[in-house]
Design a protein around this ligand. Sequence first.
Ligand code: HEC
Ligand code: HEC
Ligand code: HEC
Ligand code: HEC
Length: 110
Amino acid sequence: MKKLLLVVSLALVSVQGAWAADKMLADRHVERGLKCESCHTTMPPKAVNTDGCLKCHVSYEKLAARTDKNDINPHDSHLENLDCGACHHGHKKPVLACDECHEFTNIKVP
Ligand code: HEC
Ligand code: HEC
Ligand code: HEC
Ligand code: HEC
């Protein structure tokens, strides 16, 4: 019986691991103690625009400084200041808008 329980709980741990890896951006914000309302200032929730993100993330200049170490800087490019939503999504998989034309393989949008 004990052995069976152990097997079951190990299986649960690995399922949770898979969930964690698949967590979308909004859920990762919530894990850090933020609330739905931190992004969605109106209820029912509407899509969050760039100004809504910059309330906390301040400016493109600040973001560019954080991602300066890469070969390409997604926050400082010839496309200038795209909407955050061109790459980052709240509840679905992100995309790297640059890859419409380029193929930047060694950078991942969180
Ligand atoms: C109420 C404040 C707040 C708002 C609004 C907000 N964020 Fe964040 N965000 C944070 C905090 C706090 C962190 C964790 C510390 C950090 O990385 O700055 C974070 C982290 C992130 C990260 C790093 C994610 C990770 O898991 O490492 C990304 C990307 C991000 N935010 C994008 C966005 C986008 C896009 C929006 C708008 C849709 C947004 N944020 C709105 C507070 C906010
Ligand atoms: C062209 C696509 C693109 C756009 C547009 C974009 N980002 Fe990002 N963002 C990225 C990528 C790619 C990374 C990961 C960079 C890395 O791995 O160092 C990132 C990382 C971040 C991080 C985490 C930085 C860290 O220290 O690791 C935050 C916070 C963030 N973005 C917020 C924003 C916000 C807010 C906006 C809108 C004002 C925005 N981003 C617009 C592609 C984008
Ligand atoms: C980091 C900011 C952020 C947080 C936190 C967040 N969301 Fe969102 N939400 C978004 C963004 C951005 C969109 C636009 C669609 C997308 O990118 O997935 C969105 C879209 C939505 C929509 C669809 C609105 C429409 O009209 O298209 C609903 C519903 C929603 N969120 C509910 C929630 C709930 C419930 C929570 C708390 C568990 C939450 N959101 C937390 C950023 C956030
Ligand atoms: C609509 C198509 C398009 C998109 C989208 C695009 N680029 Fe470009 N990019 C170009 C073209 C065209 C050139 C000039 C030709 C070349 O050098 O490849 C270029 C050149 C560059 C260069 C200098 C040349 C090199 O390859 O070193 C960098 C760096 C760059 N882009 C980064 C980005 C980044 C970062 C993004 C996303 C934020 C992006 N681009 C999105 C079309 C695009």
